[in-house]
Design a binder for this molecule. Structure first.
Ligand code: SF4
Length: 102
C-alpha cells in the first residue's frame, strides 16, 4: 500500500468536544466515551480498523492516523473549522509512523 501524503492527530487537551470534525470527516474522526475526539483509520481505507483512543492505540501526539488521499480536503476543512485548533496535520513521516505503536 502506498504511503499517504498526510498524517493527522488530535491534541485532546485542547478538544472542546463539539464533534464538528466527525461531522465533516467521519472516516477519520470519532468521539470517545469521555466526550473528546480521536483519530482513526478504517479497514476500507487501510485494511484494518484502528481507533487512536488511548486504549486500542495511543492517543495524542503518538496517535497519528494516516489520511487517505481521497480525504485530504475534508480533513483540512475539519482542521480549519475545529474550534479548539487541535487537529494537527503533518506530512507523512515513516519514522513517526513506525513508532506510533499501533
Ligand atoms: S472539531 Fe476539534 S474541538 Fe471539535 S471535537 Fe473535533 S477535535 Fe475536538
Amino acid at each position: 500500500m502506498a504511503d499517504p501524503a498526510l498524517m493527522v492527530w488530535i491534541d485532546q487537551d485542547l478538544c472542546t468536544g463539539d464533534g464538528i470534525c466527525e461531522e465533516i470527516a467521519p472516516d477519520v474522526f470519532q468521539g470517545r466515551d469521555d466526550g473528546l475526539w480521536v483519530v482513526k483509520e478504517t479497514a476500507s481505507n487501510w485494511g484494518a480498523d484502528i481507533v487512536f483512543d488511548g486504549e486500542q492505540a495511543p492517543d495524542g501526539a503518538r496517535g497519528v492516523a494516516r489520511v487517505p488521499d481521497s480525504q485530504i480536503d475534508t480533513v483540512v476543512e475539519a482542521a480549519e473549522e475545529c474550534p479548539g485548533e487541535c487537529i494537527m496535520i503533518e506530512p507523512f513521516d515513516a519514522d513517526t509512523f513506525a513508532k506510533r505503536g499501533a
